[in-house]
Design a protein around this ligand. Structure first.
Ligand code: NDP
Length: 318
């Protein structure tokens, strides 16, 4: 496993992070969830990502259980705040000082730790003054509950504003967590150039487009049993936008490229996001330990310009 610095900070994270959205506390039984975390640790992953909203807090609890007994100093544990996690009261959402302070305490308890390495604003809050949000994060940093602060799916302008306020308050905004894969490249236009300028890294989610880029979904055929596309607890809805014949057909064109490199399609997809030097880590999910063991082999793989061009040709306009 290779490690990269997260933004302009001294924190090194594994270039592949394990995340538990839609799996822990939901699609996947706890034994399988724990087996996935063990596979991640065995493969050298040290960075783990979750959120209080995943499975209405259950995902944090499962991850906390799975990491019990591990040396805390050897792990980077990331979580997020913004969305409501239960019955929605009027202050149970967003990035107000109240919601942030109350949410971190629940997350720390469920994760079984007295601090998280990265606390992320899961979305931008258009209702709360940004000054209030950043002051609340600054206070958590001073209290030692949070070591570093990041955000998720913020625009270039939002990153710039948050970064400036953090600097005034004596801490740094070091990361953004956006969707990024061969099939979803939106951040390349504005978010990545602005982040490079500010010293912010991307931790990118869904690098295999939720399973689509593994090639296991064939156009015109039923999805394999047990896959996310058959998960009625939420996964099927989340992956639906990618499940078009046009996309699935184009993705099959990546198979010979992966084969020529001696990689699986999943490894090619994870390696692809890691070619972007503004990406600190590819944030993978898994429903089985074998998927983790397979996908981590993308760490350290270099793709040359010819391979990148072949990928673009295969995917065409999708
Ligand atoms: P991926 O693109 O890595 O998709 C993971 C899923 O793809 C697995 O659960 C599995 O689903 C399938 N898969 C993965 N590898 C293989 C393989 N080798 N062979 C066959 N199938 C495979 O990422 P996710 O969409 O799971 O997201 C990863 C993480 O990103 C989340 O856990 C979360 O931490 C973060 N995230 C953040 C968001 C944000 O707003 N900040 C939003 C979404 C995710 P199956 O076996 O069920 O088909």
């Amino acid at each position: 496993m290779e490690f990269r610095y997260l933004g302009n900070s001294g924190l090194k994270i594994s270039e592949i992070t394990y995340g538990n959205w839609l799996t822990h506390g939901s699609q996947v039984e706890n034994d399988a969830a724990i087996a996935c975390v063990r596979a991640a640790l065995d493969a050298g992953i040290t960075t783990f990502d979750t959120a209080d909203v995943y499975a209405n807090t259950a995902a944090e609890s499962v991850l906390g259980e799975a990491l019990k007994g591990q040396r805390r100093e050897s792990l980077e544990i990331f979580t997020k705040v913004y969305f409501p996690t239960g019955p929605k009261g009027h202050n149970d959402t967003g990035l107000s000082r109240k919601h942030i302070h109350e949410s971190i305490n629940g997350s720390l308890q469920r994760l079984g730790t007295d601090h998280v390495d990265l606390y992320q604003a899961h979305r931008y809050d258009y209702e709360t003054p940004l000054e209030e949000t950043m002051q609340a994060f600054a206070d958590l940093v001073r209290q030692g509950k949070v070591l570093y602060v990041g955000v998720s799916e913020w625009t270039a302008d939002q990153l710039r504003a948050g970064h400036a306020l953090a600097k005034d308050l004596g801490f740094q905004l070091i990361s953004n967590q956006p969707q990024y894969s061969m099939l979803w490249r939106v951040i390349e236009e504005k978010v990545v150039p602005t982040s490079r300028e500010l010293g912010i890294s991307q931790i990118v989610w869904s690098p295999v487009a939720q399973g689509i880029l593994t090639g296991k979904y064939q156009p015109g055929q039923q999805p394999p049993a047990g896959s996310r596309a058959t998960d009625e607890k939420g996964g099927a809805d989340m992956i639906a936008d990618f499940m078009t014949d046009e996309t699935l057909t184009a993705v099959q064109g990546l198979a010979p490229i992966a084969a020529d490199l001696g990689l699986t399609m999943a490894q090619l997809a994870v390696a692809w996001v890691l070619q972007n030097d503004n990406v600190a880590s590819a944030l993978i999910g898994a429903s089985r330990p074998e998927q983790v063991s397979e996908n981590v082999k993308a760490s350290g793989v270099k793709l040359d310009a010819e391979v990148l061009a072949r990928i673009d040709d295969a995917l065409g306009a999708v």
